[in-house]
Design a protein around this ligand. Structure first.
Ligand SMILES: *Cc1c(COP(=O)(O)O)cnc(C)c1O
Length: 445
């Protein structure tokens, strides 16, 4: 049995922990030394660690607790807009704009011309209207918030019509029936799961109907014997009855993605042109910006939303407003968008480019990890529920054997590398790997 009386005191150890205190401060180092000593007392290792070993254990424990859980990682899952990994990466101009807004005061709600009070949404309104053809626009915390405040403003205490085929659940507990209930609307389901017709909506309109809601089924497809009512027809039905049509697009792209070789998603401008009175969409999905929810549409309705007390609860902060403004501005020049907007650049990255990178990296990764590494073709996903049934042809590295153990090892790196396990291998899809050096540097850590 080791003799605990030989353990050094905290004071004695502190005397030799100058470098650690420089890094972490006296208070944290003292607490960490106490914890290390307590651990040694309870486990009684034989022989007892010497002073240098105790300091090293303490340094490791401190390094662990001070490492941010939000530190950068490499997303090699093949899912470009991975919700659990933070969705869109922002373009440099947006990062600069956000930093500037953090560093110095900004005219957030201040009119520089008159010196009077301004509105925080003014910074985005013009751009959103220009890019979508809408009359007016506002912004909130995320698209879930956009749907909530739009429904609450237009329909609290009354009913909203939704097709049974569009009662979506998005990951993270966004379920349309629950959001409607939270917004104070009675959900009136229309049609069936696979087929909804114009007459279903017409027949469901009643005295207490406040609005018709159309929801883009972002993360699933109903195929086969199916029918839905298109936005233009639905706008006609709503307007005949004097009701507003709210179209929740989810991703809602601002440009025709087919010009970048991607499958087109309904654009916000199309939804506006079809006659939707309000359109809601996310800032950090296909749009490629910060987390935000945008609402565009009829001015009178946007003004009512802005007067809803929930607007104050759900508003955007200056950091994200600055970033969103910079991202939206990039959309004014669609010709250069794919170079400038990381989300689009990654989605449009040609397979040949990715495959060449995989071939280059395979031997080096094998040497660093000491495992088998095969170059493979694979399919990336857009993520965030966009294009759920489509994959983008991609390439990567398949690491084996013991993929689970390899995955754990790569997650434990200072810059964690996240892949996915498939077919008995750990697959690193290289679509989102901007530089070879980033992966080699991470693995060398
Ligand atoms: C993603 C999505 C939402 C929620 O948007 P967040 O930005 O994640 O809050 C709502 N509706 C649809 C149709 C979506 O695809």
């Amino acid at each position: 049995m080791s003799d605990l009386r030989h353990l050094p005191s905290v004071d004695r150890l502190l005397g030799q922990a100058g470098a650690l205190m420089e890094l972490h401060g006296r208070q944290s180092v003292t607490a960490a030394l106490r914890a290390t000593l307590a651990e040694i007392r309870s486990t009684r290792p034989d022989p007892l660690p010497d002073e240098a070993a105790i300091l090293a254990m303490t340094a490791a424990a401190l390094a662990d607790t001070t490492r941010s859980g939000l530190r950068p990682i490499l997303n090699l899952t093949g899912i470009v807009l991975h919700t659990n990994l933070g969705r869109a990466l922002l373009p440099e101009v947006a990062i600069e704009a956000a930093s500037a807004a953090m560093r110095a005061p900004a005219a957030l709600e201040f009119d520089l011309e008159t010196g009077g009070r301004g509105q925080r949404d003014d910074h985005l309104r013009g751009l959103l209207c220009e890019l979508t053809g809408a009359e007016d626009a506002t912004a909130v915390n995320n698209n879930a918030a956009a749907v909530l405040i739009a429904l609450n403003t237009l329909g609290a205490g009354r009913a909203g019509l939704v097709s049974r085929g569009e009662l979506i659940e998005i990951g993270g507990a966004f379920r349309m029936p629950d959001i409607m209930a939270q917004a104070g609307l009675r959900l009136c389901e229309v049609g069936t799961t696979n087929r909804t017709h114009p007459r279903d909506y017409r027949e469901a309109i009643a005295e207490d109907t406040a609005l018709i809601l159309k929801v883009h089924p972002s993360n699933y497809r109903i195929e086969g014997f199916s029918a839905e009512v298109d936005g233009a027809t639905l706008a006609g039905i709503a307007h005949e009855a004097g009701l507003p049509l709210v179209n929740d697009l989810g991703s809602g792209s601002l440009v025709d993605l087919s010009r970048y070789g991607l499958r087109p998603e309904p654009t916000v401008a199309e939804a506006v042109a079809e006659g939707a009175d309000l359109v809601t969409f996310s800032g950090d999905k296909l749009l490629g910006g910060p987390q935000a929810g945008f609402i565009v549409g009829r001015r009178d309705l946007i003004q009512r939303i802005n007067k809803n007390p929930l607007k104050r609860v759900l508003r955007l902060d200056k950091i994200r407003l600055a970033a969103a403004e910079a991202v939206l501005r990039l959309y004014r020049d669609p010709d250069r968008l794919a170079e400038r907007l990381p989300t689009l650049r990654l989605l449009a990255r040609p397979k040949g480019d990715i495959a060449a990178q995989a071939t280059r990296l395979a031997p080096q990764v094998a040497a660093l990890l000491g495992c088998a590494v095969d170059v493979i073709t694979c399919g990336s996903q857009t993520g965030s529920g966009s294009f759920p049934t489509e994959t983008l042809p991609s390439a990567g590295l398949a690491l084996s054997p013991a993929p689970e153990a390899l995955a754990a090892r790569l997650r434990a790196l200072p810059v964690p590398v996240i892949g996915r396990i498939h077919d008995g291998a750990l697959v690193l899809d290289l679509r989102c790997l901007d530089s070879d050096a980033a992966l080699l540097g991470a693995l060398a850590g």
